[in-house]
Design a protein around this ligand. Structure first.
Ligand code: ADP
Ligand code: ZN
Ligand code: ZN
Length: 747
């Protein structure tokens, strides 16, 4: 970097412009701003004949070659971020191979960039309980249907919601809402309460619990690092229910005492409402909760409150890692192994956990990575001494770990010769559980994984014409749907190949499981929870509330029910088929299977009652399955790391996947080969280039994909080499190259 010459050192600032295009320009700083201007300030600047807003990213900045134009004025008195965030953004652009602007836009999402001095957003919330609102809806339905519609929308939301959004969703007018307000059924206010509760159900304040011995040891180490403002990464390995969250809470309390703030990252907020409640009940309004479904105004005020120090704790998914918390004193990444921390839909494909570690390093504060089943990467870092291991090995409530049984489904099928998804043992246990008034969770690895329409004569299965995957059948919609691109097709009535009319469902999607259960246990109250059945925001929460209240006997679902939930009355968990993850074309399949089975097992028997887990599988002797059953993480890790070492897979090396996309399959392959030839001589000799290969899903949205996989020890130097050779490929609008560093999915 060029250092500014002394005579110019306070008169220029680099500003990133808030435009679609990636543009960073240097402007002159007017006299009156020189003392006030700081990195992170939102400013108004001229561009051509327009005025646009932007953020100061470097001040003082080296003077431009040609004399620049001048900043017009400040748009916000307080900066939105500081130097540390800019350093973090620079690191992201370097490590994840994207432009500075792209990385910046990721850190400061558009609702924040595009709002300046917003007028106060009005919020609305139910002023009665959900049950009471049900009665009111019935009363209103005849006379004032619009008012009933508003209540219905509010029923499905937690906390306060922006007024405009509620009117839009309900289709009602402002006067209907005012009428409800007059009746005292709703409250309208400027207050944006990021509560996970409703006004009617106040969250009761709670205090710290007395830590047990293991918790004390872990807590002391963390507090020391907090007090010393020391960057250290703790891997808090504790089985489900062992009291990790209690440690986070007490560590955050310590941070607040010191006048600092904290970032708490959770995989998906709607799936972990209980975590939100626990933070709210301990820290009240100091907590802001962010989530992906938040309206722009809400996100803006959350960020603003943090930047001003009015709120000190942020709880949210991966984007929370960028929150402008003042005096950051602690970062917690709960369930650090979760793949949802990796951004995979849009560039940069950053990993929230790894960015959190980097942010902790830049801010000099400790980072806690918590998990019952740490990622192989993090555990390996601990083994290598980069992270400090803290272990919680038992549950404070002394609840016993559930009893786990593995059922060999190959034998079951021989016994019954037929299509049942359930072993006789699982059915027997379910029946017992129902009779005793206890709850059951049935867990299926992937939504719609097996639900396809298949011709019984010739085995034909419909595939997506744009992607190389089979279409899954969704009975509710009566459609076949592609899970990758959303292509839909009417179900085949007869087989396009052999013309047979014997087309039927194959498989055991969650819907199918639900139907089978309803047939077998007609008296049971069965609900399904997967991404199909949970459309609207917060409907997870409603299903979970019902389940908690005991109004559901059997809950059928995908991964999402395997997460941090706490249901004391669940005493049986059935895993319908444990092999699905093992058979995916991904080197992490075993790791995922181990994680899922361990987490699912943790669901049973969290209360007084002892739990049972039944795992149905076709591969009962698989080592990952056996270690999960024994709750033996170390055994799993040792086996897995040996395997990875043999193949040179991560975490012993890094992968960088380069995907070439083109509408022309030949071209994407040719360019991939060309790229490999260019790269070889500039990469380190011990690094490897694998491919070109078509990924298992080799066509998405009409574009063909060919892939190179780089296996490297040094990500940054390899990316530098890549940057050198890319221009040599020439320009072609039809060709796109995606760079994914440390990819999570190999599909
Ligand atoms: P985890 O986050 O590891 O799943 P939690 O922190 O949620 O574990 O703790 C599980 C349960 O045990 C919670 O109900 C929590 O209130 C309780 N708990 C945690 N620590 C203690 C303690 N020291 N004494 C008593 N109960 C505790
Ligand atoms: Zn056929
Ligand atoms: Zn498709």
């Amino acid at each position: 970097m060029i250092l500014p010459s002394p005579q110019n050192n306070s008169t220029h600032a680099e500003v990133i412009l808030n435009l679609k295009a990636d543009l960073c320009l240097t402007y002159t700083v007017p006299e009156e701003l020189i003392r006030r201007l700081r990195v992170g300030h939102m400013v108004l600047v001229p561009l051509g004949s327009r005025r646009v807003n932007g953020f100061v990213t470097l001040f003082p900045a080296p003077p431009p070659r040609r004399p620049g134009r001048s900043i017009i004025r400040l748009l916000d008195p307080e900066p939105f971020f500081g130097d540390n965030l800019i350093s973090l953004v620079r690191w992201i652009s370097q490590y994840y191979f994207c432009s500075f602007s792209r990385a910046f836009k990721t850190a400061l999402p558009s609702p924040i960039r595009n709002t300046s001095n917003p007028s106060p957003v009005l919020h609305v919330a139910l002023n009665i309980s959900v049950e009471e609102s049900g009665e009111e809806i019935e009363k209103l339905a005849g006379k004032a249907p619009r008012q009933a519609d508003i209540l219905k929308v509010l029923q499905g939301r937690t906390g306060t919601s922006p007024l405009a959004a509620v009117l839009k969703e309900s289709g009602a007018s402002r006067s209907s809402l005012t009428a409800l307000e007059k009746k005292g059924l709703v409250v309208i206010s400027q207050e944006d309460r990021y509560t996970s509760g409703r006004p009617g159900e106040e969250i009761l304040p709670t205090g710290p619990l007395v830590l047990n011995d293991e918790q004390k040891v872990a807590f002391k180490e963390i507090v020391d690092a907090i007090d010393n403002e020391e960057f250290r990464v703790f891997l808090l390995h504790g089985i489900t229910g062992s009291g990790k969250t209690e440690i986070y809470l007490q560590a955050v309390a310590r941070v607040l005492e010191r006048g600092e703030g904290a970032i708490i990252m959770v995989p998906e907020i709607s799936l972990t409402p209980q975590t939100g409640e626990r933070f709210r009940s301990r820290f009240g309004d100091q907590v802001v909760v962010i989530h992906s479904a938040q309206a722009a105004g809400e996100r803006y005020s959350a960020w603003r409150r943090l930047a001003d120090g009015r709120a000190r704790i942020v709880l949210g998914p991966r984007s929370a890692v960028f929150a402008p918390v003042k005096n950051l004193g602690l970062i917690v990444v709960d369930e650090e192994h979760e793949t949802s921390y990796k951004q995979s839909a849009i560039h940069p494909f950053y990993h929230g956990r790894d960015v959190a570690v980097m942010r902790g390093k830049l801010e000099n504060c400790p980072v806690i990575l918590g998990s019952a089943t740490p990622s192989v990467e993090s555990y390996n870092n601990q083994r290598e001494g980069k992270y400090s291991l803290l272990t919680l090995s038992h549950r404070p409530d002394e609840a016993e770990l559930p009893k786990v049984r593995i059922i060999d489904m190959r034998l079951e099928r021989e016994k019954f010769r037929g299509g049942s998804s359930f072993s006789s043992i699982l059915l027997r246990e379910m029946k017992l559980n129902l009779e005793e008034g206890r709850q059951t969770i049935l867990f299926l690895n992937r939504r719609g994984f097996f639900t396809v329409l298949v011709c019984r004569e010739c085995g034909y299965v419909a595939r997506c014409p744009h992607c190389s995957v089979s279409l899954t059948y969704h009975k509710g919609k009566r459609l076949q749907i592609c899970h990758l691109c959303g292509y839909t097709a009417a179900p085949d009535r007869s087989c396009p190949l052999c013309k047979s009319k014997d087309i039927t469902f194959s498989g055991r999607g969650t819907q199918r499981i639900e139907e089978q259960i309803k047939k077998i246990f007609p008296q049971a109250r069965v609900r399904r929870m997967d991404t199909d059945s949970v459309g609207a925001r917060d409907s997870h929460r409603i299903i979970l509330d019902e389940f908690k209240a005991g109004r559901i006997d059997i809950l059928v679902g995908t991964q999402m029910i395997a997460k941090g939930l706490d249901f004391p009355n669940v005493t049986l968990v059935g895993v319908i088929m444990a092999d699905t993850a093992l058979s995916l074309a991904d080197f992490r399949a075993t790791e995922y299977t181990f994680q899922i089975l361990s987490q699912v097992g943790g669901r049973a028997g969290r209360g007084e009652l002892k739990g049972t887990v039944i795992i149905q599988t076709n591969s009962p002797r698989h080592p990952a399955l056996l270690s999960a059953v024994r709750h033996d993480y170390a055994a799993f890790f040792d086996q897995e790391i040996a395997l990875r070492a043999e193949l040179g897979y991560p975490p012993l090396n890094h992968f960088i996947s380069l995907t070439v996309l083109s509408r022309n399959e030949d071209k994407s392959l040719r360019i991939c080969e060309h790229l490999a030839r260019l790269l070889r001589p500039v990469m380190a000799p011990e690094d490897e280039i694998m491919g070109p290969a078509p990924p298992p899903i080799n066509r998405i949205r009409g574009r063909y994909r060919w892939q190179l996989l780089l296996k490297t020890h040094g990500v940054v130097s390899t990316l530098r080499a890549l940057g050198q050779v890319l221009p040599g490929l020439g320009k072609d609008r039809d060709v796109k190259i995606e760079v994914d560093v440390d990819p999570i999915s190999m599909l």
